[in-house]
Structures are given as C-alpha cells and as structure tokens.
Ligand binder design. Sequence first.
Ligand SMILES: Cc1cc2nc3c(=O)[nH]c(=O)nc-3n(C[C@H](O)[C@H](O)[C@H](O)COP(=O)(O)O)c2cc1C
Length: 210
Amino acid sequence: MEQWTNPSLEVCRGRSIIIGLSGGIACYKMGWVVSALAQAEAQVTVLMTEAATRFISPLTFQALTGRPVYTDQWTHVESQDPQHVSLARSAELMLLAPCTMDMLGRLATGRTDDVVSLVTAGVDRTKQPVLLAPSMNEVMWNQPATQRNVGLLREDGFGVLAPGSGWQACRSVGVGRLPEPPQLLQCVVEALRDRPEIPAPGPEQPQWTD
Ligand SMILES: Cc1cc2nc3c(=O)[nH]c(=O)nc-3n(C[C@H](O)[C@H](O)[C@H](O)COP(=O)(O)O)c2cc1C
C-alpha cells in the first residue's frame, strides 16, 4: 500500500467541521480522517446513522474528538434548542463519508428522517460547503438511480466526490471505493481554503410559528 501522507491541515485549525457517516463498509476509514482533523485542532462533530453505528462504534469518534457523537435526531445531546438547526449553523464544512446509495437517495429527495440527513438539511450550501463521498459496490454505483441521484445532488449544490477504483469488500475490483483518507482530507482543505471563517452563531432566535 502506498504511504499515506497528510496534506497540510493548518487551514482546519479552529474550524467547525461536521463529519456524517452512513452505513457503508468504508466507515472504518473515517477514524483516520477524524483523528487527523482533531490533531489539526479542528472542532469536529461526528453524526452517524443507525446503520453506520453497526460498522464502527460512536465511542471511537467520541474518544477521537472529545465531543459527543450524534446518532439520532431525538436525543438532544448538547442543548435544548433544536439541535439540528444549531449544529447546522455552526458548520463551516460538512463531509458525508461514506455516503451510501440509500443516503444519496434520501438527500436527493429531501428526506430528513435520520440525524445525518436532518442536520444536512439545515446547512445553507450557498455559504457552507457540503461534500458527499459516495462509497459502494460497483454495481450499486452504476445503478441508474445512483447516477440520477448524483446528478440531482450536484445540481442542488452538493459537492460530490468521485469514488475511487480498486478492491471492494465484495471481493471484486471496480469503481465505488471511498477515496483514501488523505484524499478526503485534501478535499476538506480545499473546500475550507479561501472561505472566510463563519462567526460563532449568536443566541437562538425563535424559530417555530406554533
Ligand atoms: C456488510 C454490509 C456492507 C454494506 N456496505 C455498503 C456500502 O459500502 N455502501 C452502501 O451504499 N451500502 C452498503 N450497505 C447497505 C447499507 O448499510 C444499507 O443500505 C443501509 O440501509 C444504509 O443506511 P444509511 O444510509 O441510513 O446509513 C452494506 C450493508 C451491509 C450489510
């Protein structure tokens, strides 16, 4: 395996970054990514779908980030405010990796029935980049539904990273791999570079009309 080298991560220092995981086999790679961001002194918050928690433990990310990990939309971890809104506002960048075929479909159709898609829905993509890193078996990646959803999501202003090619967990070789951690970090660095830092959100304003 080629030696992994970290891109320069200085731009991440002090920046609020949300990492969302959905339930793909490549969840194991995200420990490396989150650890590198934490070491770069980014403020990393991890969100996981229920399926993602079957591949890697939330405890891993809690330990790596020193912060609570969000695994459902009903438990208010840090505040009594609608946390999906306050979390989304605080994000200077969001990276959903791995992003499953199912998650692509949910985002493309505006569904918000898990904590990852719900917080994503609260992010203003005109100011806060949202990067999706699809990861799946080659046949799933080539499905018309997947390709249609990727096209829709790009039109909707998401940054969709091209999956890598190579060995897949289904013991075949093909397109659909999650890019390696240094490549994911490089995408984070490039998205943050030249973006003015977002000031910390002020006190919550009333948001509900009834
Ligand atoms: C062992 C195993 C590995 C899986 N790997 C992937 C994967 O790499 N990519 C993918 O899109 N779905 C994968 N799936 C299917 C998803 O876990 C399933 O569609 C799930 O509903 C996704 O939920 P989520 O998008 O809410 O996380 C896998 C399922 C299993 C059982």
